[in-house]
Design a protein around this ligand. Structure first.
Ligand code: UD1
Ligand code: UDP
Length: 370
């Protein structure tokens, strides 16, 4: 039984790592790894393979950046040749990036079973490119693995066959739990001169936040106030760095002296940064989940989340993008009004194991039947 597994962008690497490891308990499965090359900078890609011990991809499609249509189409053209050549029994995709839908569509059009890990998440916001990728990928998948009950409920509401849906936990948390001790050895705090518990971490990369100059300026108005109280460590996504350059915005200058803008950091350094932060401010999807497990307060700089459990039982607060609301939420935290810190069901480090067990059990009869 041959499964082609897809990675393309940064958050895919943490999700695929535990799956590649879990396949080892099933020698009847041949797991092939394909990298689309959607992300390609050393600090957005190769560094994660080394740190997380992900096997070198058998094939890198080398697609790189482009508009949505160009990037998606180029992945599809290149991946179709791979599927025709490798002839897998199934293609497994994770998350919600353009590589996810592009490879999923190629698989099903060639009659290959599609498996989606992190299925069912919905922000309800169709202006988000990821929301379109999620809806479409789920609609064409044969097996749907969910991280939280809301994902299952969304799929059922959309008419999915319940037999295809499995609530299994969160592969990104498998990776976190496996690497937390190693991350504690990171020297990032002393390297950048900050004290444990006495700084904020900021990440931004959603187009709705960084591609609109008015929204970006508003966010930085809030950050300007926050950095007067707490140093802010800001690993800058390449999309966001380009927008700063467009706007001529500088960090560390007289307006934002306490914001340390740095290049994106590796997984272990980032985990250490999150684990010791007083608060994390972000528009990332995955970071809302990681801070929930680390029990570190997270202020999500978006109007919605596709990961509601992080706000229901975890340490996440979805505060929007208006400077006043961000600052009010920040002040409440600093005044000691901390969020709930529960752990979502099944986020226990064993999601990948469950997924691969189910794939092995369900695909064997499907293959025998031809
Ligand atoms: C992509 C995903 C998003 C995910 C994010 C994770 C889509 C539609 N978006 O957004 O869901 O949250 O990855 O980080 O798939 N760039 C570089 N070097 C790189 C990669 C990108 O310089 O290694 C720059 C390029 O200028 C590129 C821009 O970043 O045009 C955006 O990259 P792209 O992959 O299109 O989208 P992301 O914003 O990274
Ligand atoms: N991350 C990292 N270095 C950074 C910023 C983030 O290793 O400088 C990790 C983070 O811990 C999480 C993942 O990247 O595992 C999240 O990716 P991102 O925010 O780019 O994408 P999203 O989750 O929003 O799709």
């Amino acid at each position: 039984m041959k499964i082609v597994n897809i990675v393309g962008a940064r958050p895919n690497f943490m999700k695929i790592a535990p799956l590649m490891e879990a396949y080892r308990a099933h020698p009847q499965i041949e797991a092939v790894l394909v990298h689309t090359g959607q992300h390609y900078d050393e600090r957005m890609s190769d560094l994660f393979f080394r740190q997380l011990g992900i096997p070198k991809p058998t094939i890198n499609l080398g697609i790189g950046s482009g508009s949505h249509a160009v990037q998606t189409a180029e992945v599809m053209k290149a991946f179709e040749r791979v599927v025709l050549d490798v002839r897998p029994d199934a293609v497994l995709v994770v998350g919600d990036v353009n590589s996810t839908i592009a490879c999923g569509l190629v698989a099903v059009k060639l009659g290959v079973r599609l498996i989606h890990v992190e299925a069912g998440l919905r922000s309800g916001d169709r202006t988000m490119p990821e929301e379109i990728n999620r809806i479409l990928t789920d609609a064409i998948s044969d097996q749907l693995f969910c991280t939280e009950q809301a994902g299952v409920d969304n799929l059922l509401r959309e008419g999915q066959n319940p037999a295809r849906i499995h609530l299994v936990g969160n592969v990104m948390i498998d990776t976190l739990l496996k690497n937390l001790d190693r991350a504690q050895a990171s020297t990032i705090l002393s390297d950048i001169g900050i004290e444990s518990g006495d700084y904020a971490v900021l990440t931004l990369h959603r187009p709705s936040n960084v591609d609109d100059p008015a929204v970006l300026r508003g966010l930085f108005q809030a950050i300007a106030a926050i950095q007067r109280e707490l140093p802010v460590v800001f690993p800058i996504h390449p999309r966001t760095r380009a927008r700063f350059a467009d706007l001529g915005m500088a960090l560390g200058g007289s307006e934002l002296p306490n914001v340390r803008g740095i290049d994106p950091v590796g997984y272990l350094d980032f985990l250490k940064l999150m684990a010791h932060a007083r608060v994390v401010l972000t528009d990332s999807g995955g970071i809302q989940e990681e801070t929930t497990i680390l029990k570190v307060p997270c202020l999500t700089l978006r109007e919605n989340t596709e990961r509601p459990i992080t706000a229901q039982v975890g340490s996440n607060r979805v505060v929007g993008t208006s400077p006043d609301r961000i600052l009010a939420a920040f002040r409440r935290l600093m005044d000691g009004d901390g969020p709930a810190c529960g752990t979502p069901p099944l986020w226990d480090g064993r999601a990948a194991e469950r997924i691969v067990d189910i794939i092995a059990a369900e695909h064997a009869p499907a293959m025998a039947a031809g």
